[in-house]
Design a protein around this ligand. Sequence first.
Ligand code: B12
Ligand code: SF4
Length: 478
Amino acid sequence: MIEPPVRPDGPPRVLLVDPYMSRSDPMERKFVELYPSLGLLTLGAYLRDHDVEVSMVDLTFARDLSPLSRALRSVDPHLVGVHTKTLTFERAVQIARQAHAAGTFTIAGGPDSATRIEAYLDAGFDAVVPGEGEVTLLEVARGIAAGGDVGAVPGVVVRRGGKLVRGPPRPFLKDLDALPLPAWDLVDMDRYLHEWEKRTGERRAALLTSRGCPFDCSWCSKPTFGRTFRQQSPARVIEELVALTTRYRVDYVRFCDDVFGVSRPWIDELIDRMTAADLGLQFECLARVDLLKPDLLHRLRKVGLARVYVGVESGSQKMLDLMNRGTTLTQVERTAQALRAEGIRQFWFLMLGYPGETLEDIEATLRLFRRFSPEEYSVSIAVPIPGTRFHETVKERLFGKKRSGTRGSGGRSLLYEAAYPQGLYRWQQARFGLDAALGRARGRISPELARRVVHVADGFHERVARPLLIGKNRGRAR
Ligand code: B12
Ligand code: SF4
């Protein structure tokens, strides 16, 4: 634990760090969409509004940690605050070490440290903020700059004498409209926009209109905001969209909310305001099939909705119910049809290997996928994230320590003893891949050829792959 240095030299100086490095992550780079961390940009803006000097090291485009060493020298911060995701744990720890070597207090926040507080404190961080960060970080920054102890600040966790010491709970912000616009100038926005322009021809940026999610899917980890849900007003959202279009010539935005458009009156007002503002934007969002009514999709398309991420998850109603998803196959079908009719691209999330799933359930998912042939999709092997009901259900059946975390699986490895061996799920993923490839080839190959390929692949599945791959667990739905 670093003793907070007494530096009665002006306002607190905070250095925020995003440890994600796209270059050192060649496997993920293909899949990860590059946007600066909205959490850090909002934290930075909030601190600045309260007279804190804020700098940021965004490692997204960096090759090594040299930008951090430079910033530690030039900024001489009172405190280094690191955003954490499971993927970046090791780098976060290296950052804490470098900051300590420079005599600086280190604090971790974000989804990974929120679920593994002790791991971060054990690895050398002085404190963790597992919840909403704005007010807590401000109070910590002021406390550290004044040379005080921050162990009792609400929302902070530290280790004292080997024990975890938690400050009192930090209430959630009541009014998200009171938050300033993200401090985009803290990162290299030109570089992000340039990368997007190169890839898609569009200048893309991300924004959030809400925090949290009121639904309760049993595999979903919501470490920071839990089941709480707060929204900005549609007017505040328009203010942010106008700023992005005028300052950065953004022409495509991603609404990064956990679920976009939870409230129908809210989204109707947003659409009215977007129509009036006439920003010429296209946009994408993640939404639920129970909320995406056809008339709403029609209105959204008219104001620029180009693509929707939909959590379809399974083609079996039994599985949707086991996941506590709260959606029906009828809603999935209605939404998929409406999206197709409106010409909006659909990206489906599908999941295999959830407890209770049989081969017949997987076939039902494949049939649904074939019927609607979404433009994009991801089919992952279910990942039991600590803290979720799914994890609770299978925690006695997790594979060895290395595989039991959420780390590195990316939905490609089986992390617990499920109904079938990993090879069976990988093979099923390949079957979805074949269908998707045939869907993409539509127009270039004859429908008859496509049908024959599917027929041969299904025959191979029935006669060879399935008997070979289900192994000893034949027919056991766990
Ligand atoms: C939008 C989003 C994305 C977007 C944009 C990401 C970005 N650069 O902002 C995209 C689609 C690109 C994306 C990609 C990925 N994401 Co993502 N994403 C989200 C999502 C839905 C919202 C994130 C967000 O902006 N939240 C709102 C802000 C305000 O909250 P916040 O970031 O948590 O920050 C607050 C607090 O945590 C805290 N805080 C945060 N940092 C710090 C630091 C300090 C010092 C302090 C004191 C406080 C603090 O204060 C902030 C303000 O109150 C979350 C789910 C969620 N609801 O959080 C998943 C989530 C963060 N993503 C996740 C994952 C796994 C990924 C990927 C690794 C997926 C992949 N394999 O492609 C990549 C990683 C990309 C990267 N650059 O790191 C996981 C992380 C799980 C984990 N434990 O690591 C989450 C939690 C989803 C989940 N439940 O699985 N993601
Ligand atoms: S999966 Fe989506 S809808 Fe379900 S609880 Fe998580 S964020 Fe909410």
